[in-house]
Design a protein around this ligand. Structure first.
Ligand SMILES: [Zn+2]
Length: 131
């Protein structure tokens, strides 16, 4: 680097000419930024839904025969309602000599029938049931 005023050599780590004392403008290279981190999942196509469609017949029959335990709800992916039915049947039923399990069984049978006749036609994730 040379002084623009007198042409004398300027040491690399000072910005003032040692010979004439004039200020030397030093272009400071911008700090090299690392390339932005690729966020996982960004820039990739959305994950393909590989879960097979649920069968209306299977869900309906599970509701009719095992609906009191919420099995059809687990099958459809409605884990919350399935758990509620299971807990009411098992815990509530055992505390009431099975009495509390009866409405849950009827609830399951009703849902099983509604699934079979097509009133309930979507699974817990909103996907259409197959025949
Ligand atoms: Zn100079």
């Amino acid at each position: 680097m040379n002084c623009p005023n007198c042409g004398g050599a300027v040491p690399p780590n000072v910005n003032r000419c040692m010979k004439c004392g004039s200020y030397v403008e030093r272009t400071i290279a911008p700090p090299v930024m690392p390339p932005p981190m690729q966020m996982p999942g960004v820039g990739f196509p959305p994950a393909v839904d590989m879960t097979p469609q649920k069968s209306r017949l299977v869900a309906g029959l599970l509701g009719i025969f095992l609906g009191g335990l919420g099995v059809h709800r687990f099958y459809l992916g409605d884990i919350g309602i399935g758990l509620a039915q299971l807990l009411i049947s098992l815990v509530g039923g055992s505390l009431t000599c099975g009495i509390l399990a009866i409405p849950v069984v009827l609830w399951g049978i009703t849902e099983g029938v509604l699934i079979l006749v097509g009133v309930i036609k979507r699974d817990g994730e909103g996907r259409e049931l197959t025949a």
